[in-house]
Design a protein around this ligand. Structure first.
Ligand code: HEM
Ligand SMILES: *[C@@H]1O[C@H](CO)[C@@H](O)[C@H](O)[C@H]1NC(C)=O
Ligand SMILES: *[C@@H]1O[C@H](CO)[C@@H](O)[C@H](O)[C@H]1NC(C)=O
Ligand SMILES: *[C@@H]1O[C@H](CO)[C@@H](O)[C@H](O)[C@H]1NC(C)=O
Ligand SMILES: *[C@@H]1O[C@H](CO)[C@@H](O)[C@H](O)[C@H]1NC(C)=O
Ligand SMILES: *[C@@H]1O[C@H](CO)[C@@H](O)[C@H](O)[C@H]1NC(C)=O
Ligand SMILES: *[C@@H]1O[C@H](CO)[C@@H](O)[C@H](O)[C@H]1NC(C)=O
Ligand SMILES: *[C@@H]1O[C@H](CO)[C@@H](O)[C@H](O)[C@H]1NC(C)=O
Ligand SMILES: *[C@@H]1O[C@H](CO)[C@@H](O)[C@H](O)[C@H]1NC(C)=O
Ligand SMILES: *[C@@H]1O[C@H](CO)[C@@H](O)[C@H](O)[C@H]1NC(C)=O
Ligand SMILES: *[C@@H]1O[C@H](CO)[C@@H](O)[C@H](O)[C@H]1NC(C)=O
Ligand SMILES: *[C@@H]1O[C@H](CO)[C@@H](O)[C@H](O)[C@H]1NC(C)=O
Ligand SMILES: *[C@@H]1O[C@H](CO)[C@@H](O)[C@H](O)[C@H]1NC(C)=O
Length: 351
């Protein structure tokens, strides 16, 4: 073989490598289910739309569900797993009792399974449902890369270690997001999701009460603090909630950024975005330009949806989103599948 031929052969090999499908490179792809389950995304959308028609607050729940999935062991639907003794991610304080939308994912999964069995992961359903919720609350629809696979480990302490609490300082927030490959600006962008949804009293109680004494927080409007104290006395009713964005609670808009300079950010962490000049500059630009924020929000959601994903032959396509597949059924058939069983996750959790 002369030298020219060797070079040509090497170039051919390189060309083949470059043309490897995205799946082989472990990447997510828009339209991953185009041929294997062409109506997957529309079935999820229908399930989300049905739930939204009954309770519009569910959209906020589903957006947060994707965030809480992705930050803990990656976007692998680990947040959906149940454990018989209550030690899974969903049982941890950042998730219980506030996280919601589980039944919507189950309904979407049931619809998708009946159309194309064992094909669409629960992690992708969570990502699609978040996108659909964002669309239902006011954002143009956008394409979400998919091809995630489901994990099989869910431990409460992982949720506590990875999810940012509302008591975090600006630096702690920046660091926590950096650990998930998200920039300080992306942290500010994604915090804009607090333009929809609700909060239980416990998430802001330390901002308004020091035991039974009212606290004066310079970052919280005194009128708003008084209102919050009447809603949430120092020993609050655990089922009381309040809207995070009291002006337009059901619309995903840039109002969140307009409220911050008015000392109307509900959480200590929200107000922290104003205390650092760099973060504050982002806040001001998103308050001034909603289009800018919406563009960046979509891009940041897609990036968040890529955190530590399982692809290809990693993980599995769970049959029931709240339990890992029975080992004996994997790759064979659904004959051994018991939707009611929680026995297996306990076994897994010991690993
Ligand atoms: C920056 C750090 C963040 C902190 C400290 C934080 C904290 C919180 C807290 C404490 C709540 C209320 C929980 C309760 O009901 O008591 C909440 C709700 C919510 N969060 Fe965040 N969050 C952060 C980032 C995010 C991100 C990145 C998203 C999504 C992209 C998000 C979306 C939501 C939504 C939509 C709700 C309302 C949920 C509902 O109505 O069910 N948050 N967050
Ligand atoms: C699926 O179809 C859409 C629309 O034609 C296209 O944009 C996308 O690239 C396709 N994805 C795959 C993996 O085939
Ligand atoms: C409708 O929403 C309420 C909460 O607002 C919930 O309790 C109920 O289960 C939902 N019903 C259906 C059919 O989704
Ligand atoms: C939601 O997406 C659809 C396209 O699927 C679009 O027609 C609609 O305007 C979007 N909603 C908003 C509020 O942008
Ligand atoms: C995130 O934190 C974990 C443990 O705290 C560490 O192992 C990992 O390398 C960090 N990742 C990044 C991208 O900083
Ligand atoms: C709460 O009150 C105690 C006792 O009065 C005081 O020592 C402490 O500094 C206060 N904490 C805050 C956060 O204000
Ligand atoms: C808490 O509030 C719920 C709903 O508003 C109410 O049904 C319940 O009785 C209250 N519990 C207490 C202990 O006040
Ligand atoms: C609220 O929850 C806390 C902690 O779980 C509990 O100690 C308290 O008794 C509950 N309060 C009410 C009014 O149920
Ligand atoms: C603001 O946050 C950025 C990003 O974490 C950090 O680099 C910078 O030092 C902070 N600025 C101040 C004044 O704290
Ligand atoms: C944040 O921006 C506001 C303008 O809305 C400005 O008044 C304030 O001084 C800025 N704060 C910091 C810490 O840069
Ligand atoms: C707002 O942001 C959009 C998107 O980046 C940009 O095209 C537009 O020029 C900005 N508007 C203003 C007034 O700066
Ligand atoms: C959990 O998933 C990992 C990675 O896919 C796999 O190696 C392991 O066998 C699984 N464990 C169980 C008990 O299914
Ligand atoms: C719950 O079950 C897991 C797995 O069986 C076990 O590792 C853990 O210690 C149990 N926790 C409690 C509180 O019993």
């Amino acid at each position: 073989m002369d030298r020219v031929m060797v070079v040509v052969a090497l170039m051919a090999v390189a060309a083949v490598c470059l043309r490897l499908p995205a799946v082989a490179r472990g990447q997510l792809q828009v339209g991953f289910y185009n041929t294997s389950c062409p109506n997957a995304e529309s079935l999820v959308r229908q399930a989300v739309a049905n739930a939204f028609a009954n309770d519009s607050g569910i959209a906020a729940g589903l957006i947060r569900l994707h965030f809480h999935d992705c930050f803990v062991k990656g976007c692998d639907a680990s947040v959906l797993l149940v454990s018989a003794n209550g030690t899974a991610e969903r049982d941890a304080a950042p998730n219980k009792p506030s996280l919601r939308g589980f039944e919507v994912i189950d309904a979407a999964k049931a619809a998708v399974e009946s159309s194309c069995a064992r094909t669409v992961s629960c992690a992708d359903i969570v990502a699609f449902a978040a996108r659909d919720s964002i669309n239902l609350t006011g954002q143009a629809a956008y394409q979400v890369p998919s091809g995630r696979r489901d994990g099989n480990i869910s431990v409460d302490q992982d949720a506590i270690n990875n999810l940012p609490p509302p008591t975090f300082t600006a630096q702690q927030l920046v660091d926590r997001f950096a650990n998930k490959t998200l920039t300080a600006e992306e942290m500010v962008i994604l915090s804009g999701a607090h333009s929809v949804g609700r909060s239980f009293c416990s998430s802001f109680l330390p901002r308004i009460w020091n035991n039974t004494t009212p606290i004066v927080d310079a970052g919280l409007s005194s009128g708003y603090a008084t209102l919050l104290r009447s809603l949430c006395p120092s020993t609050p009713n655990n089922s009381t909630t309040t809207m995070i964005d009291p002006t337009t609670p059901a619309v995903l808009d840039n109002n969140y950024y307009k409220l911050l300079p008015l000392n109307l950010g509900l959480f200590f962490s929200d107000n922290q975005l104003r205390t650092n000049a760099t973060l504050n500059t982002s806040v001001n630009s998103f308050a001034a330009n909603e289009t800018l924020w919406k563009e960046k929000f979509v891009a940041a959601m897609i990036k968040m949806g890529n955190i530590e994903v399982l692809t290809g032959t990693q993980g599995e396509i769970r049959l029931n989103c709240s339990i890992v597949n029975n080992r004996s059924s994997v790759g064979i058939e659904m004959a051994h599948y018991n939707p009611g069983s929680t026995a297996f996750i306990n076994e897994v959790a010991t690993n």
